[in-house]
Design a protein around this ligand. Structure first.
Ligand code: GLY
Length: 380
């Protein structure tokens, strides 16, 4: 089943190369992707899909298209275009870092190091955290950290490995520790974001941006936690991160409906109209594969996580993917971007498509995406 799903995804991605041109898909509206001029937090996911397809097929069409997106990311860096936010890791891990991982290209490596420096610009040294959004020290946004940022930390760990400069590792570790302490709650659920007093670093309290309420659990936030803490464990070996990823995965599993694909928020009332967020389940599928690979062979949770991965990915393929829709542009139906903001409901989300494909590539071919270096390269 995985292979057929990949073949369908590769076919659609190939067709989209011409359709998208030098633009970047974001979220869809009425079945068509909104195409952006490389100015969104999501613009790394399309390059990531192209690199995955290249690794799977070794077809130069994907290589050329992927390289062209990296040129676009270089231009974006040169123009410093919409880079004043924490999502630099999503943008450059899946584009230039992917090129480095796949081809060993030195320019791509240098661009990725520049991106790591850009992410460090979000560091509030007094408060000791990475500020999510807005101008540094901003009156409303100056104290906010966000759980999504856990997927941006691999860029910093990676930069430490390539430069030996402690500042990257230290920043990532403090942010991961703070996220663990303040974003993950005692019952293993999570806040989407948390506010600190920006000058003293005093904790203020949890708040949401895209979730149902401040105290609810936004399913995609929980998903970022599952995958993000597993990656922090891979880079640091700190067992507390592994344990946190496991706790968050168990909680995610405990909240799933019968078909094993998450609703948009675990506290939202479930009615026939309640939106799913297939992208949250796609992130967790890829993250579970990562997590399982990090567990000891006799870990008591291994079988349960393997079963959850199998069940959710199978349900995504059967019930949520566009595999039976030859003309579809996206890969995964029923994603939700921002339900409370009435934005991107029941649509394709490019990160949903990316993580769906990454999860499939992981289970079928052991291609783990571009969050960390590998022992071997897929030379072009
Ligand atoms: N990182 C933004 C989101 O998940 O919507």
């Amino acid at each position: 089943m995985w292979k057929a799903a990949i073949e369908d995804a590769v076919l659609k991605t190939r067709r989209n190369i011409e359709k998208f041109g030098d633009k970047f898909p974001h979220v869809s509206d009425g079945g068509r992707y909104e195409l952006r001029d490389n100015d969104e937090w999501t613009c790394g996911f399309w390059p990531g899909m192209l690199w995955l397809c290249y690794e799977y097929t070794k077809d130069e069409v994907f290589l050329e298209a992927a390289r062209s997106t990296v040129r676009g990311m270089k231009k974006r860096m040169e123009e410093n275009k919409v880079l004043a936010h924490h999502d630099i890791g999503f943008l450059y891990s899946l584009s230039s870092k992917a090129e480095w991982i796949v081809l060993g290209d030195e320019d791509a490596k240098n661009l990725t190091l520049e991106a790591a420096d850009k992410l460090l610009e979000r560091w509030n040294d007094k408060g000791q955290f990475i500020q999510a959004w807005g101008p540094m020290g901003d009156e409303t946004e100056g104290g906010r950290i966000i759980i999504d940022c856990l997927l941006n930390l691999p860029l910093l760990y990676w930069a430490y490995e390539h430069t030996g400069d402690e500042k990257y590792r230290k920043t990532a570790v403090i942010q991961a520790d703070k996220s663990r302490r303040f974003l993950v709650r005692g019952d293993d659920s999570s806040y989407h974001t948390f506010f600190f007093e920006p000058v003293t670093g005093e904790p203020i309290g949890g708040a949401t941006h895209q979730g149902f309420t401040n105290g609810s659990t936004w399913s995609r936030g929980q998903a970022w936690g599952v995958y993000g803490f597993a990656l922090s464990y891979r880079y640091t070996g700190n067992a507390a991160y592994l344990e946190t990823s496991k706790r968050m995965a168990r909680y995610f599993a405990s909240q799933l409906p019968e078909d094993s694909v998450a609703y948009w928020d675990f506290y939202a009332e479930v009615t026939p109209e309640t939106p799913r967020d297939s992208s949250a389940s796609a992130i967790v599928a890829a993250g579970l594969h990562e997590l399982i690979g990090l567990l000891e062979p006799d870990d008591p949770d291994r079988a349960e996580f393997a079963d959850l991965l199998e069940r959710s990915l199978a349900s995504l393929v059967k019930n949520y993917s566009t595999a039976g829709e030859p003309e579809a542009e996206g890969l995964l139906n029923h994603g939700s971007y921002h339900v409370r903001g009435n934005l991107g409901l029941d649509d394709y989300m490019v990160w949903g498509d990316y993580y769906y494909l990454e999860a499939l590539m992981r289970v079928e071919r052991d291609i783990p995406g571009y969050w960390y270096d590998r022992k071997e390269r897929t030379l072009g």
